[in-house]
Design a protein around this ligand. Structure first.
Ligand SMILES: NC(=O)c1ccc[n+]([C@@H]2O[C@H](COP(=O)([O-])OP(=O)(O)OC[C@H]3O[C@@H](n4cnc5c(N)ncnc54)[C@H](O)[C@@H]3O)[C@@H](O)[C@H]2O)c1
Length: 415
């Protein structure tokens, strides 16, 4: 087959490489010239796609900015961003412009699958009409389906291959074709009745995580007052062999998905007069965490008779999770801004994030970041971080990830 992928980001690029590795010809289209040029040089900007994997499929992977290159494809997968507007409402801008551009090259018999996370109804009510501007009818002249992406960047135990793939088609034939497409790269396909079911399945998965993270974060704030170790509580509860799933507290929720996707449903639900209070409440609790973290750092400094103003604070790990350099919605930025507003002198160390232009900072080697620091805050612990060395060399360490569990030291404060 010849497969087109629109949007070569965290989702699109790994899919493109998987299909190429499965022996198919792949055309990847992205509007970002820098990304296209980087890939054309054989370099990768996504941690999960190593350059040697790119090199191995270079003969089968064409990367382009031109939608016209998609005209010969049997199937086109759309994986463009679905962010929020400033008012925290769905921003379908990239989806609409990619749909319009695709309509101009759409061919009879093609299959289009949307993978971008979005509210139920998007595929049928927004994407189908855009594609039908081509003069072709969805479900008759071309096939259309939705299949949510479940990728977890940085993860190696569950991949596109061994993670079941949910697929919902506009018609029976649409579903059949989408199932056949993904069977090439996924071991198990989960067909569902409609695109709406597939769209809402993804939102349920993410809202489930968001709500449970909020629950454990709220508990962490309570434990802080009650002087109970929240990590010990979570670990102990996790020994129950059924009916409990462990979620860890932290400095707040980051990444493109969890802080964003639930609000797609909240927005859509308003149209139906049905409030989604769990979604809103989880968002509120998780968004409060950076403020709590800043207070906790300030209290810890205070206990050492130091003010935040003028203190040198070293931040360890700024991306939203370990093992990736993704800064989208990372709570670290908020915490750093709050500390800077109080007059702290900030430095940071993160091997995955070389600079933070908005804060005017560059990542420093661990040793120089720790040098002269009044306090160190561990916001993200990337693999290989020598936690003991951090605790040994700083006058004060505030750990928001629970990675210092098992270490007892007077200069150590944990969430
Ligand atoms: N990152 C994740 O872990 C993850 C997981 C599951 C689902 N998703 C969802 O997948 C979708 C894509 O997310 P992502 O993380 O890959 O985003 P990304 O920002 O990493 O990549 C999106 C790519 O699309 C390109 N693009 C934007 N507009 C375009 C257009 N009109 N035409 C062609 N290319 C265009 C961008 O230049 C970018 O390279 C989102 O809906 C997201 O919610 C992401």
């Amino acid at each position: 087959m010849r497969i087109g992928i629109v949007g070569l980001g965290y989702v699109g690029l790994p899919i493109a490489v998987e299909f190429a590795e499965a022996g198919h010809d792949v055309v990847g289209v992205d509007i970002d010239q820098k990304r296209v040029s980087t890939l054309a040089r054989g370099e990768s900007y996504i941690e999960d796609v190593a350059p040697d994997r790119l090199a191995a499929v270079s003969q089968r992977l064409l990367v382009s900015r031109r939608y016209a290159d998609l005209a010969q494809c049997d199937a086109v997968i759309v994986a463009v961003p679905t962010p929020l507007t400033r008012n925290r409402e769905p921003d379908l801008g990239p989806l609409v412009s990619s749909g319009q551009a695709l309509a101009s090259v759409l061919q009879k018999g093609q299959l289009v699958v949307l993978e971008s996370t979005t509210y139920p109804g998007t595929t049928r009510e927004r994407l189908a009409p855009l594609l039908e501007e081509s003069g072709l009818a969805a479900g008759r002249d071309f096939n259309l389906a939705f299949s949510p992406e479940r990728i977890d960047p940085g993860r190696t135990d569950f991949t596109l291959r061994n993670t079941p793939k949910v697929v919902g088609g506009l018609t029976e034939r649409c579903l059949e074709r989408a199932v056949a497409l993904y069977s090439e790269v996924c071991d198990e396909i989960v067909p569902v009745g409609t695109p709406e079911v597939a769209e809402l399945t993804k939102l349920l998965e993410n809202i489930f995580r968001s709500v449970n993270i909020a629950l454990v974060n709220e508990l962490a704030m309570l434990c802080d007052r009650m002087k109970i170790d929240v990590w010990e509580v979570v670990d102990a509860a996790a020994t129950k062999p059924y009916g409990f799933m462990s979620f860890k507290p932290g400095p707040g929720m980051g990444g493109h998905c969890l802080p964003v996707d639930p609000f797609y449903l909240a927005w859509r639900a308003r149209e139906f007069g049905q409030p989604t209070e769990f979604v809103e409440l989880a968002g509120e609790v998780n968004q409060a965490m950076p403020y709590f973290c800043e207070e906790k750092i300030a209290h810890a400094l205070n206990d050492q008779e130091k003010p935040v103003k003028g203190s040198r604070i070293a931040i360890i790990g700024v991306s939203y999770k370990p093992g990736v350099g993704d800064m989208r919605e990372s709570p670290s930025i908020k915490i750093m801004r709050l500390l800077a507003d109080r007059g702290a002198e900030l430095v940071y160390h993160d091997d995955y994030v070389s600079d933070l232009p908005d804060l005017g900072l560059r990542s420093e080697p661990l040793e120089s970041a720790l040098e002269g620091a009044d306090a160190v805050a561990i916001l993200t612990a990337h693999p290989g971080l020598d936690v003991q060395a951090v605790v040994d060399s700083a006058p004060l360490v505030v750990d928001f990830r629970g990675v210092t569990r098992g270490i007892e030291a007077p200069n150590l404060v944990r969430l």
